[in-house]
Design a protein around this ligand. Structure first.
Ligand SMILES: [Mg+2]
Length: 409
C-alpha cells in the first residue's frame, strides 16, 4: 500500500451559543473565542482506495502549511509504517526548532489518519490495534460558568463540571456551583495558565478552594512555570492538572518526572498523535498520574482519537467536552456522538469510526485564526479592564483576589 495524496480541510468555526442574556462576546470573551476558532482536518489517500482522516489543532491555519510541507516526504510511503513515518516527519523538521504545538498539530493529524487507514485495512477499530479495551465508554465533563449551566449539564447526564476563569478566580462562584451540583459530582477549576496570578496568590486561591473538594485545579499559573507548579503542589491540598499546551513526550516529561501534577491533559489534536498520547499515558502511569485529555477548541475528529486512546489505557480519568457548542460541530462529521449517562461510547467501526462531511465543511471557509482578549470597550490594558491583568499582576486586581480568598476561608 502506498500514500498517493494528502488533502487538507480548513474551516472557520462559529461561536458557542452564549448563556441567556449574553452578548456574542460571551462572558469574559470565552464563549466564542472572538472569531478565532478554526478546525483543520486532513485526509491521507492510498493507491488501494482506502483513505484515513485526522485532525490537527495548535493554530490550524498555520498547521495547514506544515501538513502541505510534509506531503513531499509522505507520497509513496507505506502508510502502515506509522511510527517510522512519524519519526521521519519529526526528524525532517527538527531544523525548524522544537516544532511546538504547530508542528505537533501537523504530526498529530497525519499520524491519526495513518491509524485510520490501518484500522480500515484490517477492518478493526483503532482501540483493538492498541491492546484492546479497559472500558467501552468514556466519562466526560462539561463546562459551566453559572449554577444554571451546571444544572443543565446534570440534566444531560453529566457527572463532571469544570468552571473556567480568565482573570481572578471567583471563589464564591465556584462555591455556588458546588452547592448546585452536590457533593457527588466531580468539580474542577481551570485558571487557564495565567501569567496574571503570582505563585503566592495561586497558593492562596488554592487553599481557599480546598474545602470545595476539587477533582483538580488546572493551570493555576502559566504552565511553562514548572518551579511555580512545584511550589503550589507543595503548598496546597488540591490535585493539580496541566499539559494541554505541550506536544510530544518531551513536552510532557518534566510534568511527569517531577510529579508536578496529578493529571496530565494532552490535547489529542496536537499532542503528537495517538502513539505519542499513549506513550504520555504510560509515562504518567509509572508515576500514578491520570490522563484527562484536553478538548476546549478542538473539533469532533480529535474527540474520536481521544476515545480510542482512553479505551486502552488504565489511567484514563475523564474527557473534556464542549457540550454546548456551535451547531456546525454536528454537521461536519458523521456519526455525531451523544453523551449518555455522563459517558461517550467507544466507537466500534473500523479505524477511527468517523467520516468528514466535505460539502458541509466547504460552507465555512477560514478567514481568521487569531483571537484577542476582550478589550472592555476598546480600552485594552488600561486600569480596571480585564486585559490590564492579563500580563501584569496589578495591585488592584491582586487585592481583590486576596479579599475573595480570605472571605471564603
Ligand atoms: Mg484548560
Amino acid at each position: 500500500m502506498k500514500i498517493t495524496d494528502i488533502r487538507t480541510y480548513l474551516m472557520q468555526v462559529g461561536p458557542r451559543p452564549g448563556l441567556p442574556g449574553q452578548t456574542s462576546a460571551g462572558a469574559a470573551g470565552e464563549a466564542d473565542f472572538r472569531g478565532s476558532r478554526n478546525w483543520l482536518f486532513v485526509k491521507v489517500e492510498t493507491d488501494e482506495g482506502i483513505y484515513g482522516i485526522g485532525e490537527c489543532s495548535g493554530w490550524p491555519r498555520v498547521v495547514e502549511a506544515a501538513v502541505k510541507d510534509y506531503r513531499a516526504i509522505l507520497i509513496g510511503e507505506d502508510p502502515r509504517d506509522i511510527d517510522r513515518i512519524w519519526s521521519r516527519m519529526f526528524v525532517s523538521s527538527m531544523g525548524h526548532g522544537t516544532l511546538g504545538t504547530v508542528g505537533g498539530g501537523a504530526l498529530t493529524g497525519i499520524e491519526m489518519a495513518l491509524w485510520d487507514i490501518k484500522g480500515k485495512a484490517l477492518n478493526q477499530p483503532i482501540w483493538n490495534l492498541l491492546g484492546g479495551r479497559f472500558r467501552d465508554r468514556i466519562k466526560v465533563y462539561g463546562h459551566a460558568k453559572t449554577p444554571d449551566r451546571a444544572r443543565e449539564l446534570l440534566e444531560r447526564g453529566y457527572q463532571g463540571v469544570k468552571v473556567g476563569f480568565t482573570g481572578a478566580v471567583d471563589l464564591d462562584k465556584v462555591a455556588s456551583i458546588r452547592d448546585t451540583i452536590g457533593a457527588d459530582v466531580d468539580l474542577m477549576v481551570d485558571a487557564h495558565g495565567p501569567s496574571w496570578m503570582t505563585t503566592k496568590d495561586a497558593i492562596l486561591v488554592g487553599r481557599a478552594l480546598e474545602p470545595l473538594d476539587l477533582l483538580f485545579l488546572e493551570d493555576p499559573v502559566a504552565p511553562e512555570n514548572l518551579d511555580a507548579l512545584e511550589r503550589i503542589r507543595d503548598a496546597i491540598d488540591v490535585p493539580l492538572a496541566a499539559g494541554e499546551r505541550v506536544s510530544n513526550i518531551w513536552g510532557i516529561r518534566q510534568y511527569i518526572e517531577r510529579d508536578l501534577v496529578d493529571v496530565i491533559q494532552p490535547d489529542t489534536g496536537r499532542a503528537g498523535g495517538i502513539t505519542q498520547t499513549r506513550k504520555m499515558a504510560a509515562m504518567a502511569e509509572a508515576h500514578y498520574i491520570t490522563v484527562a485529555p484536553h478538548s476546549g477548541s478542538l473539533g469532533p475528529i480529535a474527540e474520536f482519537a481521544a476515545l480510542h486512546v482512553m479505551a486502552t489505557i488504565p489511567n484514563a480519568l475523564m474527557l473534556e467536552r464542549v457540550e454546548f457548542d456551535w451547531s456546525g460541530r454536528y454537521e461536519v462529521v458523521t456519526p455525531v456522538l451523544k453523551v449518555e449517562d455522563g459517558h461517550l461510547p467507544v466507537p466500534d467501526a473500523p479505524g477511527l469510526g468517523v467520516e468528514l462531511v466535505e460539502e458541509e465543511i466547504e460552507k465555512y471557509p477560514s478567514n481568521r485564526n487569531v483571537g484577542d482578549m476582550p478589550a472592555d470597550d476598546g480600552r485594552a490594558y488600561e486600569p480596571g479592564t480585564l486585559t490590564e491583568c492579563v500580563y501584569f499582576q496589578t495591585r488592584l486586581r491582586r487585592r481583590a483576589r486576596l479579599r475573595l480568598a480570605k472571605s471564603s476561608q
